[in-house]
Design a protein around this ligand. Structure first.
Ligand SMILES: C[C@](O)(CO)[C@H](O)COP(=O)(O)OP(=O)(O)OC[C@H]1O[C@@H](n2ccc(N)nc2=O)[C@H](O)[C@@H]1O
Ligand SMILES: Nc1ncnc2c1ncn2[C@@H]1O[C@H](COP(=O)(O)OP(=O)(O)OP(=O)(O)O)[C@@H](O)[C@H]1O
Length: 292
């Protein structure tokens, strides 16, 4: 028996940091949404309790360090499951990019194993388990669009933003999320994003307000360290993007574009500069489908 699950990337439309917590995490307030750039996670039932993992990208760990492996192990132990699984990840989302690729693979594994192992858990129960793997995993369990608080696990689900194009460009550097948060001085943040305006833009389906309300306090940390990220932002804006922002801790930068006619121009301008460029659509929650 086998199930295949779509594991989409996320972008942060806003990312604000409110304080540093005693546990080392940061209290955040951020608006996240899924986009149509996705890994595929194939789960094949094993009659033994083995958890085996393979990935199409050789540089992704294929052992207990993989977030999908952690998800399977946690579920198996928590619910005393006497079956196992072979996990295959067809990697399409760039790694260590600020797009939550590993978190989405873990979330897809939770959703898929819920079916494969017949656990009958709710999405809320899966999200609680996801919290133990990483701060972005609960959001990835549901997908769609949400306001996230706490360390990222407290979610308020929202309708999807008005449809638009998202052009993603990743420079050839990997960024550690822990390093970026570690280099942020919360008391010295110059400009906090206007989260309320972003929420209004989404609920009123106002594209131009959404493009104007983009903001991410981690951007300054990564931009100062990696000038290529700033260059990509400038190139996107010069080529006609309606709004531009770094996603998560970076280094991926995304452009929001309403008119399809502009997409090719921006895509081509970026391809002359970096290899990893994608033009995709935002995803609604109904598209978080199991493939077979
Ligand atoms: C940057 C974002 O991707 C935006 O969505 C998330 O805030 C990070 O989510 P993530 O990669 O799932 O993060 P985790 O795996 O939970 O944490 C990685 C590291 O990032 C830092 N971290 C993460 C989340 C948070 N709210 N505060 C933090 O300070 C911590 O140092 C932590 O050790
Ligand atoms: N299934 C997986 N896919 C990608 N990376 C994984 C996976 N499992 C573990 N990792 C490890 O996690 C690290 C971060 O990868 P990932 O692609 O999830 O980062 P990210 O997109 O920056 O995440 P986030 O946006 O949540 O901070 C990588 O260095 C990789 O070694």
């Amino acid at each position: 028996m086998r199930v295949s699950i779509k594991a989409p990337a996320k972008i942060n439309l806003t990312l604000d940091v409110l304080s540093k917590r005693p546990d080392g995490y940061h209290e955040v307030e951020m608006v996240m949404t899924t986009v149509d750039l996705a890994d595929r996670v194939d789960l094949t039932l094993l009659e033994s309790r083995d958890i085996l993992i393979d990935c199409s990208a050789s540089f992704v760990p294929n052992d207990m360090r993989n977030h999908a492996y952690k998800a399977a192990k946690l579920l198996q132990e928590r619910y005393s499951v006497n079956k196992g699984v072979h996990i295959y990840i067809d990697k399409q989302i760039p790694v260590a990019a600020g797009l939550a690729g590993g978190s989405s693979d873990a979330a897809a594994t939770l959703r898929g194993l819920n079916r494969l192992w017949n656990l009958r858990l709710s999405l809320d129960e899966l999200a609680l388990i996801g919290e133990e793997i990483g701060s972005d995993v609960p959001f990835c369990v549901y997908g769609g669009t949400a306001l996230a608080k706490g360390r990222g696990e407290k979610l308020r689900h929202m309708i999807s933003p008005t449809p638009c194009w998202v052009i993603l460009a990743k420079p050839p550097i990997g960024v550690s999320t822990a390093d970026v948060y570690g280099n942020l001085r919360v008391d010295q943040i110059k400009k906090h994003p206007k989260t309320e305006e972003m929420l209004q833009a989404i609920s009123e389906q106002d594209f131009s307000l959404m493009a104007r309300s983009l903001g991410n306090v981690l951007e300054e940390v990564t931009l100062n360290r990696y000038p290529q990220v700033r260059q990509i932002k400038e190139l996107m804006l010069e080529s006609g993007a309606d709004g531009v922002l770094m996603s998560g801790s970076g280094p991926t930068v995304f452009a929001l574009v309403q008119k399809e006619a502009k997409v090719h121009r921006i895509y081509n301008a970026l391809r002359g500069f970096v290899k990893d460029v994608y033009a995709v659509r935002m995803l609604g929650e109904s598209e978080m489908e199991i493939l077979d």
